[in-house]
Design a protein around this ligand. Structure first.
Ligand SMILES: [Zn+2]
Length: 379
């Protein structure tokens, strides 16, 4: 069933991206500025895009830790009328900036990932004949492995070899196969980006001056789904599965005081906004009970996943979705009816967990008085 083999299993678990914009062209008011590019990359990393990378040895969200601009380089060498650089020049440039302190060295963290975006139209001489839009590699410097990628700049965020697509391609492959000896398709050695290389997806929520309708990226291969995926929500099910977590008792045991699923998926670097909360009210009646869940500070227009579980005498897990209003609140109401009169079906500690599917922020609360939840009225 498994298409992807793990090889050495080496991954960048929590990539710390050092972005380097390389070339004199960046100083000549390019149509797409380094700032706009950086905004696009940050925008991608703020979404759940990487949330299914957890299956590859627990990879979680990458973060950009530093940006640098090197406008000293003039690309004077030509090949087929296109300016080129050699792979060795790129590696020497990174090494030189580690030495002069413009960028942090690989010694600060094993997951530092240097991503170099060259000025418009420049290509790598060694990969020019295959028309590669980017590549990722590693070299040793001062006794440490330097993991890096080159992202070409086609001058577009939406067409041709659009930059955001090349960025995510090298990002997911650089994380899952940083030393080119790790996760790949067994049959032909293709990496998880290559397997979805010819697919294009618009991220409509990431709009910029040069991408008013949203940027274009590609999905990556998910072995557990046996498909190319572009996650747009944080899934507890996937998270539990990738970490062998026992979800049979509901979600509450993982984050008893609430927190952020994204934080778990991002190795703990994000927290829910202040005031993120739910409150529960309930009304017991002859047939069961009316359950009302109110939430605040959720993502407007997005959906909330509700897990209702943890009954004392039977394990009942009910899942529901609610839609968030423009002001960040939601209200969910359901009339639960009990067909049995068995007092065992009366639960006092029903746990309700709400997850903001856009951010992964998660919060639980428990019903304070008895409520029948043995069977929902509508199912
Ligand atoms: Zn690739």
């Amino acid at each position: 069933m498994s298409v992807i083999v793990s090889g050495s299993g080496k991954v960048l678990k929590h990539a710390k991206i050092v972005l380097v914009f390389w070339g004199a062209g960046w100083a000549n008011s390019p149509a797409i500025s380094a700032e706009e590019m950086a905004g696009v990359f940050s925008g991608i990393l703020a979404t759940p895009y990487m949330s299914k990378m957890g299956q590859y040895n627990g990879i979680c969200n990458a973060t950009i830790i530093r940006m640098a601009l090197d406008t000293s380089k003039e690309f004077t060498e030509q090949y087929h009328n296109t300016p080129v650089f050699h792979q060795s020049e790129l590696e020497n440039m990174i090494a030189a900036h580690i030495e002069d302190g413009v960028v942090p060295g690989p010694g600060i963290d094993p997951d530092v990932f240097y991503m170099v975006v060259s000025e418009i139209s420049v290509v790598c001489r060694e990969t020019a004949d295959e028309e590669a839009a980017g590549f990722h590699q590693s070299f040793t410097h001062g006794g440490s492995k330097v993991h890096y990628a080159w992202v070409s700049n086609s001058g577009s965020l939406t067409s041709g070899n659009m930059v955001p697509k090349t960025f995510v391609h090298e990002l997911v492959e650089g994380c899952s196969d940083p030393e080119v000896d790790s996760f790949k398709r067994g049959s032909d050695g293709h990496e998880i980006g290559d397997l979805c290389e010819d697919q294009f997806r618009t991220m409509q929520n990431i709009k910029t001056l040069n991408a008013p309708g949203g940027i274009v990226v590609q999905p990556y291969f998910s072995d557990v789904d046996d498909a190319c995926v572009l996650p747009t929500a944080y899934s507890v099910k996937s998270w539990g599965r990738f970490r062998n977590a026992d979800l049979t008792k509901g979600l509450r045991p993982f984050l008893p005081a609430g927190g952020s699923l994204r934080s778990l998926l991002a190795c703990g670097n994000t927290q829910p906004p202040a005031g993120f909360r739910i409150s529960i009210s309930q009304e017991e009646n002859a047939f069961g009970g009316l359950l009302v869940v109110d939430g605040e500070q959720f993502t407007p227009g997005k959906s909330v996943f509700l897990g209702i579980n943890h009954l004392p005498n039977k394990t009942v897990t009910i899942t529901r979705f609610a839609t968030v209003h423009p002001d960040g609140t939601f209200r969910y109401i359901e009339d639960f009816r009990c067909t049995s009169t068995n007092p065992a079906d009366l639960a006092t500690d029903v746990s309700i967990t709400a997850i903001d599917t856009a951010t992964g922020n998660l919060i639980s609360a428990t019903t304070s008085s008895r409520i029948f939840v043995c069977r929902p009225a509508l199912n």
